[in-house]
Design a protein around this ligand. Structure first.
Ligand SMILES: [Zn+2]
Length: 432
């Protein structure tokens, strides 16, 4: 096999730039992408390059939405990639569509041509379209498809299992999102990408397939960390008897789990799609060239493990609070954010709901944003007219206690020296 430098996959930084060129501007933000968008996109790909793509329906969701399988390449080694078996975990669906578009528009590039000769790629973007429609984890039966690999009571799980049994892929990519509280080890850094070579038994044994999956994780780690140092975590590798990744590995399709996590900005979606794109392109190239087989397993095993409650969205460090008795005290306040999608059709809205999730000494937690609360008091926003810079009189501070679990619309107040008088320094608001 020749690997002249011109045939090499572009470096991660270059891939990140190339992604910008192919990312479909017609697609809404990943949480707002619906089955209809995926369907249109796949049909357009097929129409533009019928000789490159095969498109088939491998099943239907509970509510009758077609589950699409798109394949490309002529290699004897088959790779299966599936995304969004959890309906509210959308990032990789867009990344897959962007990657397919990249292959369509760049198939003359030596590394892409090699990919198509060495491998046959099979993708099922959005395995759980009914869940995606509601932006919920489970399917329309209320079943978690990723706990249905053995019982096979969901049509979505049956479609995936059927496809695996038919194709016998030598490796699989199981593409998910994880919550925004995940940190990389105890570093306090967001676990923007977490990786797992799924175990196939309780003992977490190795076999050649799982070792290959670990090596692919090592390749992805090294690519992604050049873009986001310290933001790659290792997912818990406990065996889950009902899950797809674990059973795929047991059935002979070792699975690489990619969990997309938090990102330190208010607009996390596109940077995370870009990271997924870089991860997939680099991993698939390494499988095509055989470089994956030479990767160093310790580069996977040394990734710090995810801490599932190691991070908050916004941390108010050392801020003054009022107890219900009116007495002031100092604490850190940890605010978490979850996303919801509301509305119908084209009028879908993505909302961010903030809650006070942690209170006290939070020095062990990381945060996507930290605010120094020294000299300030935090109180709930009361009324609709809280304006930064205006003054406020609080005669009964006990009525302005910040309580655990409440909505995190807060004001940061600076005492003005006169009794009960404060200036509003900052208003923190989330969507209702
Ligand atoms: Zn998931």
């Amino acid at each position: 096999m020749t690997t002249s430098s011109s045939a090499a996959v572009p470096a991660p930084q270059v891939l990140a730039t190339l992604w910008e060129q192919v990312h479909s501007k017609e697609l809404p933000l990943p949480p707002l992408v619906r089955h209809g968008d995926v369907e249109r996109h796949l049909k357009a790909l097929k129409e533009r390059a019928p000789e490159l793509f095969q498109l088939e329906v491998v099943g239907h969701s509970v509510e009758g939405r077609a589950l699409y399988h798109v394949s490309l390449g002529t290699g004897t080694r088959h790779v299966l990639l599936w995304s969004q078996m959890h309906g509210d975990e959308p990032t990789a669906t867009t990344a897959l569509l962007d990657f397919l578009e990249y292959v369509r528009t760049h198939r003359e590039e030596p590394w892409v041509a090699r990919l198509l000769t060495e491998l046959t790629l099979h993708a099922v973007p959005m395995l759980n379209p009914d869940g995606a429609e509601r932006f919920q984890r489970r399917n329309a039966q209320g079943i978690d498809i990723n706990r249905d690999a053995l019982a096979l009571q969901t049509p979505e799980a049956r479609a995936l299992k059927g496809l695996r049994d038919r194709l016998q892929p030598f490796i699989g990519f199981n593409l998910h999102n994880q919550g925004w509280r995940h940190a990389v080890g105890r570093t306090g850094k967001p676990a923007s990408i977490s990786l797992l070579a799924a175990a196939f038994d309780e003992a977490r044994s190795d076999n050649p397939g799982r070792v290959l999956a670990k090596k692919v994780c090592a390749v992805i780690r090294d690519a992604v960390e050049t873009l986001v140092p310290g933001q790659v975590g290792r997912y818990d590798d406990s065996f889950e008897a009902r899950a797809f990744g674990d059973n795929m590995t047991r059935w002979g399709t070792p699975s690489v789990l990619i969990e997309t996590g938090p990102w330190p900005s208010r607009e996390p979606d596109m940077p995370l799609v870009r990271l997924n794109f870089v991860a997939l392109a680099t991993a698939l190239d390494a499988l095509a060239t055989g470089k994956a087989a030479e990767a160093d397993v310790s580069r996977y095993e040394s990734i710090p493990e995810n801490q599932s409650s190691g991070l908050v969205y916004l941390l108010l460090r050392g801020v003054g609070l009022f107890g219900v008795d009116g007495k002031p005290f100092t604490a850190d306040v940890g605010i978490t954010v979850t996303r919801e999608v509301r509305g119908k059709g084209k009028a879908l809205e993505l909302l961010h709901v903030g809650r006070v999730e942690e209170l006290g000494d939070l020095r062990v937690l990381g945060a996507l944003e930290t605010v120094d609360g020294a000299g300030l008091f935090a109180v709930p926003v009361s009324g609709g007219n809280a304006k930064e810079g205006s003054t406020l009189r609080l005669t009964r501070p006990g009525q302005h206690a910040v309580k655990l679990g409440q909505r995190a619309d807060l004001m940061l107040l600076k005492p003005l020296g006169e009794p009960f008088m404060y200036r509003i320094e900052r208003v923190i608001r989330f969507d209702k």
